[in-house]
Ligand binder design. Sequence first.
Ligand SMILES: [Zn+2]
Ligand SMILES: [Zn+2]
Length: 137
Amino acid sequence: MEITGGCLCKAVRYRVSAVPIVTRVCWCRLCQYVGAGSATVNTCFPSSAIEVAGELSDYRSVADSGNVMHRRFCPLCGTHLFSEAEVRPHLTFIRSGTLDDREIAKPATTIWTSQAPTWACIDATIPRLAGQAPPAA
Ligand SMILES: [Zn+2]
Ligand SMILES: [Zn+2]
């Protein structure tokens, strides 16, 4: 299975040679900045299966979970593509909107609902967690 994707301006493209581990919707406060007011949708893959062409900027921050996070984005168009916790470098979350085939990114869980605004649309048919999910792998 080969999965492809990239940023809005196409300066960054990637290929993934693995099946997705899990997809989650994240309402953490930081994701609301990245997601323009909404949650982000993120699909987890083994980092070793991802091959990237193009330059990325890295925004390093401490997440609500306490983890040091690296969020990588295209310096030209600003699209966020990847998120990675320093403690789990073997896993990379791809921002699901950057996948060429977004149908493979069907969310299994919604996390950080405690940070969501009251008007948030949260899927009632999948499990919700108030905070961080246990490690995906
Ligand atoms: Zn771009
Ligand atoms: Zn988040």
